[in-house]
Design a binder for this molecule. Structure first.
Ligand code: BG6
Length: 490
């Protein structure tokens, strides 16, 4: 797509929450990078809106600072930024007040053609903003609506939010962001599965013993205690990022790489997840909450001692669980999921562990055979490794050991700039390609499954177990796969 073709129907991006944290850290730096690469349409305007009264030059100054202190700081160039800034304007709006969108309507000359609305606000605002846009005559079939997670906090509230969005925007106009789908390594998972023929015959319960998905963070709640305490690790991470990763691992090959086909296959996985409820929640889940400890060599407070905290909070900052997918491909294969804050290392990875060799002909020599595993490391570095058994070189007995067949994507593509996930997501919105965005039925299906777990915890009064910051979570989490004869990949 040339710059002329790209987003040719798009006139402007209107950014609600223009002074917020996400906008500062991710959105302005991503928009700037796209502009540097000439990937924003000619004449495309960027309109920040928020409630505060901010003069235009002060707003542009903030955007400049945001870029200079971001992951894209190296791209900053004063002359280039001056060009970029010509696209930017700011409007003070009050969504819930009559005529509160008037300043925005004036900037748009009262016309809503080709406008991309981006809601980087408190999710409680999604419904009111969509309704206000509609009431102000600022919606049109040529508009697009981009919303951040979380959509709701359970199935019912997600449904209500989706209904409110749908009053102003048809489903094909809505782009629900899960920023994990914008990560290069996550998209590579689709390429690994569907651009290579060698894995497909093995990608099922005949060859695979278990799958593990880990998203471990070293950070704590980072000043978001209020939000996080209502959410917890299950709602904050599992409902969105981990279930999306699970879908990409487990889905059937889509007929085409288009939004309808890809998302049809993902939602079928969510529908096939076996319910976890009061009857089996204790067997299949472990929760934890961090206490004081270390992040690297720095001492850090426990969750209940964080600023603004409630010292009696029972919110989980760690969850490990065993999911099962009731379909032909995956029947009997456990998917172990775990995520937590203040863990020992920042790492996101997927491990596909294959079944053991059916018989060990080397057992007479004292050799044990480790099962093969495919490790897909998503961050901090991207890497794919297949572990194989091999013979150690030497003249003695046949000695066997594990060796990794490594594909380091950093080595292979080290000279290619690693992009912020939002650059890719914003570009796809401009292209009108929603394949990497979450469809309404996916959001509601994943909440439905998560709601069962939350209800199970409540019914059985399951409380999070303490774990020291800087550890790998509560020791009971180690025992979870062990109950089923497995262990976490270290
Ligand atoms: C967000 C969660 O969606 O993802 C945060 O709300 C979490 O709690 C973050 O820290 C993790 O994203 P990443 O890209 O740093 O792995």
């Amino acid at each position: 797509m040339t710059q002329d073709e790209l987003g040719k129907d798009c006139q402007a991006l209107v950014l609600f929450g223009a002074t917020g944290d996400l906008t500062r850290r991710m959105l302005w730096p991503s928009l700037y990078a796209l502009d540097c690469d000439q990937m924003l349409p000619q004449g495309f305007r960027l309109i920040g809106v928020a409630r505060s009264e901010t003069p235009q030059d002060e707003f542009i100054e903030r955007v400049r600072e945001a870029i200079k202190t971001s992951a894209n700081a190296a791209l900053f160039d004063a002359a280039r930024f001056a060009e970029f800034a010509r696209r930017i304007s700011y409007a003070q709006v009050f969504v819930t007040e009559k005529e509160g969108l008037e300043p925005l309507a004036r900037l748009l000359d009262g016309k809503a053609r080709g406008i991309i609305y981006y809601l980087a606000t408190d999710p409680q605002q999604f419904g009111p903003i969509c309704r206000a846009l509609k009431a102000a005559g600022l919606t049109d079939p040529s508009c697009r609506m981009v919303v951040e997670k979380p959509i709701g906090s359970d199935e019912q509230s997600a449904h209500a939010t989706n209904e409110a969005i749908s009053e102003g925007f048809a489903e094909h106009q809505v782009f629900r962001i899960d920023h994990y789908l914008g990560k290069e390594a996550v998209q590579n998972l689709l390429a690994l599965r569907f651009a290579n023929a060698i894995f497909e015959p093995l990608w099922n319960s005949s060859a695979i013993e278990q799958v593990q998905i880990t998203v471990a963070e070293t950070v704590g709640v980072e000043g978001r205690w209020g939000y996080y305490d209502r959410a917890g690790a299950l709602r904050d991470m599992v409902q969105s990022h981990l279930l999306q990763l699970l879908c990409l691992v487990a889905m059937e090959p889509p007929a085409r790489f288009d939004p309808g086909a890809v998302r049809n296959e993902k939602v079928k996985v969510l529908w096939s997840l076996r319910s976890i409820d009061a009857s089996n929640v204790a067997h299949n889940t472990v929760t934890g909450q961090y206490t004081s400890g270390f992040s690297g060599d720095r001492g850090v407070p426990g969750y209940r001692e964080e600023e603004g905290s409630n010292p009696r909070s029972d919110t989980e900052t760690f969850v490990a669980l065993r999911a099962e997918i009731d379909n032909w491909r995956w029947a009997g294969v456990p998917f172990y999921l775990r995520t937590g804050k203040r863990l020992q290392k920042r790492v996101s990875e997927i491990v596909i562990q294959f079944k053991s060799a059916p018989f060990n002909i080397f057992s007479g020599l004292g050799a044990t055979l480790a099962p093969n595993a495919l490790l897909i490391k998503l961050q901090p570095e991207e890497m794919i490794r297949l572990t194989l058994m091999h013979k150690r070189p030497g003249m003695h007995h046949l000695e066997l050991g594990e060796v990794g067949l490594n594909l380091s994507l950093n080595d292979a593509f080290g000279d290619v700039r690693r992009r912020i996930a939002y650059e890719r997501m914003l570009l796809d919105v401009l292209r009108g390609n929603s394949a990497l965005f979450v469809r309404r039925d996916e959001v509601e299906a994943s909440w439905k499954w998560v709601d069962g777990i939350v209800a199970g915890w409540q019914a059985t009064n399951q409380k999070p177990r303490p774990y020291g910051a800087g550890s790998w979570g509560p020791s009971a989490a180690i025992g979870l796969p062990e109950r089923f004869g497995h262990s976490w990949h270290e």
